[in-house]
Design a protein around this ligand. Structure first.
Ligand SMILES: [Zn+2]
Length: 452
């Protein structure tokens, strides 16, 4: 959509996608999903709960659907207001180009990209020479972890690897003792899944007396032989993100595997990873790793500022489409009696209206008939979890900034209360232990650029 110059083609593509599962043919999902929603409600009733959301949230940090909905509604209004401003910017551009039409959902990405270029003048090719993959890893990701947590890393060329591209490190704790083995698999291959993730080959447990063995997998483009591997800022951010999951696994300190490390509720699991992304732009960290691969010069301040400014670009749109999808999910699974159900499209329309998602140019990221995460993907009444984790990491980072920043003391504190406890304690209490209070929404609204 971002690259299609022909407006009619964009519209055709958008509609083909949007209406894909409601054409009255054998791929129409509406009857099945209405039945699925009802069966989930019946299951909750059998378990003594009023709705599926209530059943599902019992062991999550949010605990009750009301708490998840409260968070979503706190995000909805500012997000929609910001998206409205963004849509005005785009309409202005369309008018300047004498487009002669009103902005529609299929135009958004195409024009947003032009607004981005005009407003931030940020060119990937300017940035990439400063992000060489092993420098980002060792002088950025590892450096931040050494500074904050006191852990160190040593490459182990003697350990077996499953592909020649994979590298292995031994991780040492603050007292110099061996803590874990950490594998990295950077480059894309034909037979490899897309995306980036962390997983444990071996999980920490005192019962089985095992230390963690962890892998981070990425899909960076492998450079030609002899050429440096230069990555985008998004890729840098992903590396810090996945390493945040790794830290959660590394510092696991539990008797049982099932509650150790990253085996935590879904609305908590992205907290350690997302908070680690903040380190990428910490001045002390950035100046250590963002070095031009040829000249070894640090990134010019003007370029750093551009990256920081561009971080809040299009957040109105991105947040609105996510929060509206999460609200739809919560609404479908909060139904308590059969007569509250309506035909799929009507149900969706009413929910979006009720919760203030009234900007037609920004539809929910997933439309009910093909919202696979919540019908078959295990995210039923769980899609809000991304936003919940987001609230936690913004609030915790805010606390760190206001209490001395990247100190070893704060690192130890974060490790003690958040990263080492797995799911062995009440995580709401763990958060309070760390920051002294419940998480608030304001830091997240600030990070997204919705409030000053
Ligand atoms: Zn993640």
């Amino acid at each position: 959509m971002q690259n299609l110059k022909n407006r009619a083609t964009r519209e055709k593509l958008f509609k083909a996608s949007w209406y894909r599962a409601e054409k009255g043919d054998e791929n129409d999902t509406r009857a099945i999903l209405e039945k699925t929603a009802k069966l989930k409600m019946d299951k909750a009733h059998l378990m003594g709960k009023s709705s599926y959301a209530e059943l599902n949230l019992m062991d999550q940090m949010a605990k009750k659907p009301e708490n998840a909905l409260k968070l979503l509604s706190q995000l909805a209004n500012p997000a929609v207001a910001q998206a409205k401003k963004e849509s005005d910017d785009i309409q202005k551009l369309i008018d300047e180009q004498k487009g002669g039409f009103s902005l529609e959902p299929w135009d958004w990405n195409f024009y947003a990209e032009q607004v981005r270029k005009a407003k931030y003048d940020l060119d990937e090719n300017q940035i990439k020479p400063y992000f060489e993959v092993s420098t980002v890893l060792e002088k950025g990701v590892f450096f931040a972890a050494e500074k904050f947590y006191g852990i160190t890393f040593k490459e182990r060329k003697d350990l077996p690897v499953y592909h020649p591209d994979v590298v292995a490190y031994e991780v040492f704790d603050r007292d110099g003792k061996s803590l874990a083995i950490y594998y990295l698999d950077f480059y894309t291959r034909d037979n490899k899944n897309g995306g980036a993730w962390m997983s444990n080959f071996v999980e920490q447990s005192f019962t089985t007396n095992t230390k963690p063995v962890i892998v981070n997998v990425f899909n960076y483009q492998k450079p030609a032989p002899g050429k440096p591997s230069l990555i985008s800022y998004d890729d840098v951010s992903t590396m810090f993100h996945e390493f945040g999951h790794t830290l959660h696994g590394l510092f696991a300190n539990q008797k049982y595997v099932t509650i150790s490390g990253t085996n935590v509720p879904r609305d908590f699991v992205e907290f350690p990873s997302q908070i680690n992304e903040f380190f990428a732009l910490e001045p002390a960290v950035l100046k250590n790793y963002a070095l031009h691969y040829e000249t070894k010069q640090p990134m010019p301040t003007a370029l750093v500022e551009k990256i920081k400014k561009a971080a809040t670009f299009n957040q109105g749109y991105a947040t609105t489409e996510l929060v509206s999808a999460a609200t739809l999910d919560m609404a479908w699974h909060s139904v308590t009696s059969e007569n509250q159900f309506k035909p799929t499209l009507e149900f969706e329309k009413d929910v979006l209206q009720k919760y203030g998602f009234t900007l037609p140019q920004v539809p929910p990221r997933y439309h009910s008939p093909y919202f696979a995460h919540i019908w078959g993907g295990g995210y039923s009444a769980g899609y809000y979890a991304y936003m919940w984790s987001d609230m936690l990491n913004s609030a915790a980072w805010d606390w760190i900034k206001n209490n001395g920043g990247m100190t070893r003391e704060n690192g130890d504190r974060f490790r003690k209360y958040i990263l080492s406890v797995g799911n062995s304690v009440d995580l709401n209490q763990a958060f309070r232990d760390f920051t002294g209070k419940d998480p608030e929404i304001t830091p997240l609204l600030k990070d997204k650029g919705f409030v000053k």
